[in-house]
Ligand binder design. Sequence first.
Ligand code: M6R
Length: 611
Amino acid sequence: MCGIFAYLGDKKTAGKLVVEGLKKLEYRGYDSFGIAEKLPNKFQIIKKVGKISDFDPNKAKLASTNLAIGHTRWATHGGVTKLNAHPHLSSNGKIAVVHNGIVENHDALRKALQKKGVKFISQTDTEVIPNLIAAELEKNDFPTAVRKAAKKIKGRYSFVALKHDEETLVAARNGSPLIVGVEKFYPKNDGERHGKADGSAFFIASDVPAFLAYTSDVSYLDDEQMVVITRSPLGDHFHGRFFNLNTGEAVPKRIVSIELAAGKAEKGSFEHFMLKEIFEQKETIAKALNQDEKQLKLVAQMIKKAYGSFFIGCGTAGKVCAAAEYLFASIAKKHINVIFGSEFDTQEAFLTPKTLLVAVSQSGETADVLEAYKIAKKKKVKTVGVVNVAGSSIARSSDVILPVNAGVEKAVASTKATTAQLAILTLLAYTVAGKLEEGKRVLAEAASQINDFLNPRYSAHLKTIAEKIKNVESMYVIGKGADFPMALEAAIKLQEVSYIHAEGFAAGELKHGPLALIEKNTPLIAFVPAERFRHDVLSNVAEVKARGGMIIGVSPKNDALFDEWIRVPNVDTAQPIVNIIPIQLLAYHLAVLRKNNPDLPRNLAKSVTVK
Ligand code: M6R
């Protein structure tokens, strides 16, 4: 949520580099954006409401400077206005800040600063940060002022600060991600030993792909740490030094070379990332199955031994966990507890060192999950991360990682990461049951079936159905067993990109209330199994049909009750994986037909780094 990008280096096009970097972070927030370029003794600020992707840096009067910061916003405090867009300046104009997160005590800090004569011009919580730093500057140098200001902030945050008259970049992190990229890293000055890195240029960003075109040498800023980037005394390159935010002591840092290919994060011939990522599921299931079996068996052992396992995730990842509850019950005859990340703190009473926490997250940066990790660590609970982004905060905090291997997922609506997570948890259930080979067979068969049916003709069929329902006000989705959480997931997918009101239910629950919502032609999407439970779900479908509902059956077999049949292969326990794919396509086509941008849905952001 909110994207941060900063550059200090040997190029004089810092402003343009920041704009380009922000464009790669747009999925993190896209209601407004801004940059601050450092000029001699002042800043040039450009702010705009709207998407950074619509901004042409060649048409803006960017300065010639080697130091700039920028931000693409997902509003938390204060409406979407130019004034509320970042960067924010201290009222004396000396400090510029871009920020991701929430300053929980902003009200008290603002009042205290106002008493000292500080004038605020925005409604944001962020504006207190540059003013706190400016106040600390009266007695401290710039990095110390940042550190002391950071200590006054309550909440999860990351921010980058500039001073009007210094060639210095300072960034601090406590909760929200920040990664430092080092261009032409000089490994002789081993960061591990010296607590510093040297390079011809430094980038700071909320996510690695933003600077991957320039460097893949990175250092992850951890919580309660800061980095200070300055020109070296020789003047020919730059130093990055890392410190503990609380004590100010230097901290050792490793620079790691990461393997993400920059090109993979591009759209290629697809009109949208969402469509490209849906089609990538032809390969990603197979990649997800490519797990280190030792690790898989280790996690299976941990689940078996645990005195209670909690599977947690948020949004789509939460639905994947809910599907896993059914899969573990049917495949491994094992009960697991499933709870949304934001609800995990209500379970504190049940946590002991024998509890296991399995967190599912595409980004690895979701604040609600990271908060759960804090509680888990406090209670000495072991943690397993099923994470797509290597090097993310959840990946780095987990005792064991099962990598999702889905590659960069850019569209806000999760698709390929979802099915890859489902595949891994299904395989894990088989491993717990001592049937790993059987699990691999079932899932490999599903992967090959997906490769077969997921083609342009299939997508065109879903588009035809989308044409028929594109103007409805509401639609409903039902399923039984692991298809029930898939019904919830289908509803999220439809909501987030088509903006049509959609809700998912356990098939048998309709008649206990929601049936009252069915009117003539209300679409009902039903996940109808080929064998077990087919009869039960069809009975529920018939109840809707009898009240005029339009039935869209997702099933390996057609039925006279279906107005539209979406054919899916019959793939045993991998059914939830193949069932959700056509609904991802349906949601995509609805979004496009309704003229929504499926990659950047309104009000949302890809990575939710606030509570
Ligand atoms: O990165 P995470 O998997 O932790 O994200 C969790 C949710 O925010 C995410 O799944 C969200 O619900 C998606 N937009 C759904 O498509």
